[in-house]
Design a protein around this ligand. Structure first.
Ligand code: PTJ
Length: 228
């Protein structure tokens, strides 16, 4: 995917960061991640204008799965690139459209997110700018904070519980993307005609406590390593 130009070279470094945290978390969906995935699905199901953003890494790892989630939630997919070039934009849009059969937003970025300099602020008025809930897999911290500041309810998928993205999110899913997305989709299917249940799940979910519990889980895991 790097050779094809879909993933940026920096994307490989981001991927490595994710893998390191995945080892620390036992390479599985923890109970905390499961709770966050249910809350994420609840938030998406109850949203009026949900949007799912996709960058190069997310497109390479889980375009199909994100397309399934988009169909279940009625959320458009919007391509937003950190390392933006016109060529990469076309490549990622084409790849996601081929994989999902959906028409994506992003080719016509007619708006900007406030509080961010440069190309990274670009977005569409039809999608991201008017969204009430945004799912942001593997997003950079500046953009996550800008979306939260703009009043959007942010759902992150990021294996690093300490990242500014996870910290800015209303629901921080700390799990590997390809495990997280199908699980969120399964919950979203369940909530489709159960809005009361979705509201209950959402009001019981405590993001801060969930993140604290994940950090304790990582520390416990390290302390319990067998002595050499
Ligand atoms: O395609 P572009 O140009 O939009 O660039 C995308 C990247 C990912 C390079 C860009 O957004 C970036 O630099 O992101 P960051 O700030 O490195 O954040 C990515 C986060 O995703 C990091 O905290 C990683 O730990 C996490 N991550 C990496 N791989 C996975 C992951 N989280 C879940 N699943 C993964 N597979």
């Amino acid at each position: 995917m790097v050779e094809r130009g879909i993933v940026s070279t920096t994307g490989l470094i981001a991927h490595g960061r994710g893998e390191a945290f995945d080892y620390l978390l036992g390479e599985r969906t923890t109970p905390e991640a499961e709770a966050a995935e249910a809350a994420a699905a609840a938030l998406l199901s109850l949203a009026e204008r949900p949007v799912i953003t996709i960058n190069g890494n997310a497109a390479a790892l889980a375009a199909k799965e994100l397309g399934e989630l988009a169909k279940v939630c009625g959320a458009p997919l919007e391509i937003n690139l950190f390392h933006r070039t016109d060529r990469r934009m076309e490549l990622v849009c084409d790849h996601v459209e081929d994989e999902t059969g959906l028409k994506v937003l992003g080719r016509n970025q007619d708006s900007t997110l406030e509080g961010i300099a440069s190309d990274r602020a670009r977005c569409t008025s039809e999608g991201l700018l008017s969204a009430d809930v945004v799912l942001i897999p593997l997003e950079d911290g500046d953009r996550a904070e800008a979306m939260a500041k703009a009043g959007k309810k942010v759902i992150s998928i990021d294996l690093n519980p300490l990242s500014r993205t996870s910290q800015a999110a209303e629901v921080a899913v700390v799990d590997e993307l390809t495990r997280a997305v199908p699980n969120i989709t399964a919950w979203a299917r369940r909530f489709k005609d159960r809005p009361e249940e979705a509201r209950g799940v959402l009001s019981a979910f405590q993001n801060r406590e969930n993140l604290d519990s994940l950090l304790r889980r990582i520390c416990r895991g390290l302390e319990e390593l067998p002595p050499k």
